[in-house]
Design a binder for this molecule. Sequence first.
Ligand SMILES: Cc1cc2ncn([C@H]3O[C@H](COP(=O)(O)O)[C@@H](O)[C@H]3O)c2cc1C
Ligand SMILES: O=C(O)c1cccnc1
Length: 330
Amino acid sequence: MSLLAQRLADLPGPDLAASAAVEERTAQVLRPSGALQWLDDVAAWKAGWQRSHRPTVERPAALVFAADHGVAAAGVSNYPAEITASMLAATQQSKATINAFAHTIGATVTAVDVGVGEPTNDMRHEAALSPERFDEITQVAFDAVDALDTDLLVLGELGIGNTTAAAAIAAAFAGGEAAVWVGRGTGIDDAGLERKKTAVQESVRRIAGVVDPLEILREVGGSELVAMAAATVAARHRSIPIVLDGYICTSSVLPLHRADPAALDHCIVGHCSAEPGHRKLLDAMGKKPLLDLDMRLGEGTGAMAAVPIVKMACAGVVEVATFDEWFGSE
Ligand SMILES: Cc1cc2ncn([C@H]3O[C@H](COP(=O)(O)O)[C@@H](O)[C@H]3O)c2cc1C
Ligand SMILES: O=C(O)c1cccnc1
């Protein structure tokens, strides 16, 4: 059994007393009942998974996993594979979009190399990752989460070709035509889009008969996708709620959801990507994105954009006086 499967088997649930306490306070604060709607639910969700009656977002952090993809050789991206290494360096030196977004709200960004210069196997022809590599990457992601001191985790990725891996995962789980799950990623042209469809079709056909969700992730995922899935499980064990990013991030955790429908209960979806498969995937998973800004970047940027909303939702319960506190003191 893989390391990830082992940790997935004993996921803790939320602190129901903490979320109930927030729901109770929500009903008493100085505003008309129900006026914040979904934001109040977000605060209760945060309380339950943070295990605190007074949920906060004080130390948001992003983990950005980077890796190369064998399938990039199929001409499935608008950019060369070398961009992944450059973007990893840019992120480590605080020059990427995710760093700029994080900076505005005081979040930290940790970029983690899980396979740059060590591409996955070409998923069209063989398993993207060996069981040993799968475990190795899982351990790196577990350690990365352990090293954080955070109360809200953003997951992001870098990996030229990874919208093709994401589409293959979505197609393998949700079925239907490959065309439904394939989008333009970094902006590929029509011929490139056809190559993506073919690559996804070939990969999904090759693994027909594989039923174990984590095995499907190993077969057609990518190193940074496995790392995001592993970080999701690790964060659950450490009571760290998560904001998921776009299509790639969501696809990477889909296998967890299939293995255990409650596995993503500590995750909220930051935004809906312009990549067309994302909305379909979210619908299939019953997840509603906080933002819909037509973004299609990755790196965790859409999730980071949603962090202030989670922070406001918490403040909107914790910092607002109740009717009793206010009128009782008048
Ligand atoms: C400069 C640059 C910065 C990026 N930051 C995120 N991505 C995003 O685009 C890539 C996926 O798209 P595709 O499947 O079409 O290759 C990933 O690296 C993803 O993180 C970037 C892509 C580029 C070119
Ligand atoms: O939705 C995403 O995560 C995405 C879309 C395009 C390019 N990179 C990431």
